[in-house]
Design a protein around this ligand. Structure first.
Ligand SMILES: [Ca+2]
Length: 309
């Protein structure tokens, strides 16, 4: 989830702009098809061409024909190009509602620290609690595991191949902390297996309004590649809950914020089961200033649900 390289600027809007010429070309083709196929328009055109009628009448009929063609085209193109705002909602195959203190039945937890120097927190089971229907992944200023801070990291025992993955999340109320909901193999990054390793970051961000998404692919025979994206900065992610989701299919990966689709990528590599992960980490030089304001903050998770497509 957390890499030594910084995330490069990129937005889904740029891709949408890139796609516009192709869509106009498609619309022109649709218009020609409609003019050729619509019986009413054909009738009027034949009437204009072959009947002996006054020039003024011909002119008015021609105007009517053009208006009809444009109206039909507009309606057809709207139906063709309207983006889905909600993903398909199949049956729930996994649910964590965070309303019971029994997380260990479905989740595993990190207990320890990794050696990456920019990771300022070790991560422990007891940094994850449930309270009032929320899972809390909390940060504490305490020297443990060779680090000056502690935080939490949990992943589902069950792995999933494709589906709709959704969580209602509120970030901790201080910068310097990485708040994350993501998918990766339960066994981590087994490059030695010879498999392509995928990591789908549904959201990763920090207080108050920085939220990103990403797709990491590490081929067995090549360097790791990242494909970062950003969510809107117009929202407050640490004082309000927001719903982050992906649809992961054999063909595409689609990201959603509060039910609105914000990004789509072709799925060329991610065809092995992945676990659901939730984590926090205190990070040096990545998400802003690390200060004592972090102590006692937590990422709150109202629920995590996985649905079949
Ligand atoms: Ca809940």
């Amino acid at each position: 989830m957390l890499r030594s390289s910084r995330i490069h600027p990129y937005t889904s809007y740029a891709r949408a702009l890139d796609a516009r010429p192709a869509r106009r070309k498609h619309n022109a083709g649709v218009l020609l098809d409609l003019i050729g196929q619509n019986r009413l328009i054909e009738f009027i055109l034949k009437f204009i061409l072959f009947r002996s009628i006054a020039m003024k009448t011909r002119y008015n009929l021609l105007r009517l024909t053009c208006a009809l063609a444009l109206s039909v085209n507009a309606a057809f193109v709207f139906a063709q190009t309207a983006q889905p705002t909600q993903s398909a909602q199949g049956p729930v195959t996994f649910s964590e509602e965070c309303d019971q203190p029994t997380l260990d039945e479905a989740w595993k937890f990190e207990n320890g620290a990794d050696r990456r120097p920019y990771m300022l927190s070790s991560r422990w089971r007891d940094n994850v609690t449930t309270s009032q229907g929320q899972c809390r992944l909390g940060q504490r200023k305490e020297s443990r595991g060779g680090k000056e801070w502690t935080s939490g990291h949990m992943w589902s025992k069950q792995e999933f191949l494709y589906g709709h993955f959704e969580a209602r999340i509120k970030f901790g109320t201080a910068p310097g902390v990485d708040n994350a909901f993501w998918l990766m193999s339960a066994k981590g990054k087994p490059r030695e297996s010879g498999e392509t390793v995928c990591e789908i970051d549904i959201v990763e961000g920090t207080h108050p309004n920085v939220a990103t998404n990403n797709l990491h692919v590490t081929p067995a025979d090549g360097p790791r590649k990242a494909s970062p994206g950003k969510y809107s900065k117009d929202k407050d992610y640490s004082n309000e809950f927001h719903v982050f989701a992906v649809d992961w299919t054999a063909d595409e990966i689609r990201w959603f914020l509060d039910g609105q689709q914000v990004r789509t990528e072709p799925n060329k590599n991610c065809h092995s089961p992945l676990a659901v992960r939730l984590s926090t980490a205190v990070i040096k030089g990545f998400w802003g200033e690390v200060s004592d304001a972090i102590n006692g903050t937590a990422m709150e998770v109202d629920y995590v649900r996985v649905r079949k497509q």
